[in-house]
Design a protein around this ligand. Structure first.
Ligand code: ZN
Length: 126
């Protein structure tokens, strides 16, 4: 039992609520009728009820998602390759001139050299 009574009714093609009507045989409860509150469409059993599961509902807007992208703290962001003077970018790859290897803009390393005011000469910390 998931407790949810929200359904998407195949009878009226609308979001609706499930109604459980107990069925009695004399004074003995023999079961219950499951039906749509809106149109009275009845369901064979629990398994055939098209419950609406809350988890499937997308509650996040695109705005919420984009905010989660920036997860770096100030300190980490300051050491990223893309802020390093050794970071070279061309149309085909992103390159670390210090390690002579391909890097990602979001990589970081211990040899980070902050990009100077003049983007030209960078002194290697050897
Ligand atoms: Zn219905």
């Amino acid at each position: 039992m998931n407790g949810s009574l929200e359904i998407h009714c195949p009878g009226c093609q609308k979001p609706s609520l499930l109604v459980r009507e107990p069925v009695y045989n004399g004074f003995t409860r023999t079961g219950e009728i499951l039906k749509c509150m809106t149109c009275g469409h009845t369901f064979e059993d629990e398994q055939s009820v098209p419950f609406v599961h809350r988890a499937d509902v997308d509650v996040f807007t695109d705005e919420d998602r984009s905010e989660k992208v920036e997860v770096f703290s100030e300190g980490e962001a300051g050491r990223l390759c893309r802020h390093c003077s050794m970071y070279v970018v061309n149309p085909f790859l992103q390159w670390c001139a210090h390690h002579k290897r391909e890097v990602q803009a979001t990589d970081s390393c211990d040899q980070f050299v902050a990009k100077g005011e003049d983007e030209g000469e960078a002194s290697l910390p050897l």
